[in-house]
Design a protein around this ligand. Structure first.
Ligand SMILES: [Ca+2]
Ligand SMILES: [Ca+2]
Ligand SMILES: [Ca+2]
Length: 272
């Protein structure tokens, strides 16, 4: 009977606390053994750790329990100096009205700076790798230019590690996709051969399947940032009919009837 009561107390404390919880057990049994649960918005998940607690001992629950209550599916990564330009726009209130849970992260935050990593890019990626499942991150918007928040520089041709500015035969290719494919550590994926050159075809092994979706507003100009974010809001919130008359032209692949000769494509007809 006491065990059941204790389990209920544990669940109650975890569910209502957002800081580290200290739990005091008071009963006369020699020892109690019970499960501690992690509760998420999706329901109750049994945490695999089982604690054995003796009389009148206080335990502090691990950080993971409290952080699991944070749920941010939309991260904005920026620097302190640009945060006000983001807050000046209607972007966050608009996205929240759509149901997104937004958190602004600055690159100097401990969450990033305390990560392992030989450069800022790897620290950012390791932060994302640690938190994308805990917070349910689905989207990250980078606000800042490439010098402020660098891309990962990759070398798809493993025999061309050369970089000369304005030389288009240089082998260096910058990409934010590095922040999107998070499945494995750098040494197991983006630089699996360990030579310090990322994304080499046939030598490194990113899996190219995104865990989160990454975009960027590539400027440090406050006015342009606010303008761009409000423009996105204006576009997304506009439901008028012109949106049904737009064709975004680009490359498309793997359509039906792809191998037919002539101009016939997949048979789709555009209406206007
Ligand atoms: Ca490599
Ligand atoms: Ca290599
Ligand atoms: Ca992946």
């Amino acid at each position: 009977m006491l065990k059941i009561t204790n389990v209920i107390i544990v669940i109650f404390l975890i569910a209502t606390s957002f800081s580290v919880v200290s739990l005091k057990i008071e009963n006369n049994n020699e020892k109690n053994e019970f499960l501690i649960y992690q509760i998420t918005p999706d329901g109750i998940i049994t945490y695999e750790t089982m604690y054995r607690i003796s009389n009148n001992i206080s335990i502090s629950l691990p950080k993971i329990y409290t952080e699991s209550f944070e749920d941010y599916n939309y991260i904005i990564l920026t620097i302190n100096e640009l945060e006000s330009s983001i807050l000046s726009s209607n972007f966050i209130s608009w996205k929240e009205s759509l149901g997104y849970k937004i958190k602004i992260i600055e690159i100097m935050d401990e969450l990033i700076q305390d990560q392992e990593g030989k450069d800022l890019q790897e620290k950012i990626r390791n932060f994302l790798r640690e938190y994308y499942t805990i917070w349910n991150i689905k989207y990250m918007l980078i606000v800042g230019d490439h010098e402020t928040i660098p891309m990962r520089y990759c070398y798809p041709n493993p025999n061309n590690h050369r970089f000369e500015i304005f030389d288009f035969t240089s082998g260096e290719v910058p990409t934010d996709y590095y922040y999107s494919d998070l499945s494995y550590s750098d040494s197991e994926s983006w630089d699996s051969d360990g030579d310090g050159y990322y994304g080499e075809y046939n030598e490194d092994n990113p899996d190219f399947y995104p865990e989160i979706f990454v975009g960027r507003i590539p400027t440090n100009d406050d006015v342009k940032i606010t303008y761009t974010l409000d423009k996105i809001v204006k576009f997304e919130s506009d439901s008028s009919s012109w949106k049904n008359n737009a064709l975004n032209v680009g490359a498309f692949f793997y359509f039906s009837n792809e191998t037919s000769t002539g101009l016939s494509m997949d048979g789709a007809v555009l209406s206007y």
